[in-house]
Design a binder for this molecule. Structure first.
Ligand code: NDP
Length: 247
């Protein structure tokens, strides 16, 4: 129970990788606030599973790309729990397709959720962490942000943006003992990746040295480590969970 007594906020914690992270943090002893945007039944299922396993937490509905909603939600957490020790910026969306067919609304949606959402949540939560002189921020980027991918230019741009943001904020917050790191998953089996074409999935599989897709728990265990006491001297880093897809 390395996270006993700590309060964590996981954005997009209702499904996929975010759900696995929420469950793993709770198993490690943290009180977990599970954010979601619209799919309440999925969020309730996650909270139910977390409680069944002896964990503690609550749901928090807000859109990470809307500053007012983020501010209100974080205030509510601080009013209720007194602090926020861990922020996992996990909420993310894709809008795949070739650039020539892209509409500007696609750009707004992907950048708005993935990059602006990460910036807004970090901005609001880091004020609390600066006061506490302690905090752990983990940003979910992607291997696609490191190596690019045909048909994922918007997504890649949003995820590469997160890497530059992570390193800058790590420098800004280091003197307050707040660490900021990015995790770059490769091909992880979730609803998001199920939407990729079978052809794209095949291509990925051929290029993964470990010869398989990853699972959500493998990402979650890295996040738990980065939020725990063993990771106190790690900041501004980009850590891959990708089966060797990108080295
Ligand atoms: P899913 O599509 O399975 O889940 C996305 C989550 O984000 C849901 O909880 C969803 O909430 C939430 N969400 C989406 N938009 C918003 C918003 N505007 N405000 C608040 N919450 C929102 O995603 P994955 O689990 O596959 O991915 C999780 C993260 O990992 C993402 O950042 C993704 O880019 C990254 N990643 C995933 C990889 C993969 O292989 N799956 C690979 C590399 C990176 P709701 O349920 O209410 O819609």
């Amino acid at each position: 129970m390395i996270l006993n007594g700590q309060v964590a906020l996981v954005t997009g914690g209702s499904r996929g990788i975010g759900r696995a992270i929420a469950l793993a943090l709770a198993q490690a002893g943290a009180y977990v606030v599970i954010n979601y945007r619209g799919n309440r039944p999925a969020a309730e299922l996650t909270l139910e599973e977390l409680s069944d396993k002896g964990g503690r937490g609550e749901l928090s509905q807000f859109d990470v790309s809307v500053e007012k909603e983020v501010d209100g939600a974080v205030k509510q957490i601080v009013d209720g729990q007194g602090k926020v020790d861990i922020l996992v910026n996990n909420a993310g969306v894709t809008s795949d397709g070739l650039l020539i067919r892209m509409k500007s609304e696609d750009w707004d949606q992907v950048i708005g959720t993935n990059l602006k959402g990460t910036v807004l949540c970090t901005k609001t939560v880091c004020r609390v962490m600066i006061r506490q002189r302690y905090g752990r921020i983990i940003n979910l980027s992607s291997v696609v942000g490191q190596m690019g991918n045909v048909g994922q230019s918007l997504y890649a741009a949003s995820k590469a943006g997160i890497l530059g943001f992570t390193k800058s904020i790590a420098r800004e917050l280091a003197s307050r003992a707040v660490t900021v790191n990015a995790v770059t998953p490769g091909f992880i089996e979730t609803e998001m990746t199920a939407k990729l074409t079978p052809q794209l999935q095949e291509e990925f599989l051929r290029s993964i040295p470990l010869g398989r897709f990853g699972n959500c728990e493998e990402v979650a265990q890295l996040v738990v480590f980065l939020t725990g006491p063993g990771a106190g001297y790690i900041t501004g880093q980009v850590i891959g969970v990708n089966g060797g897809l990108y080295m």
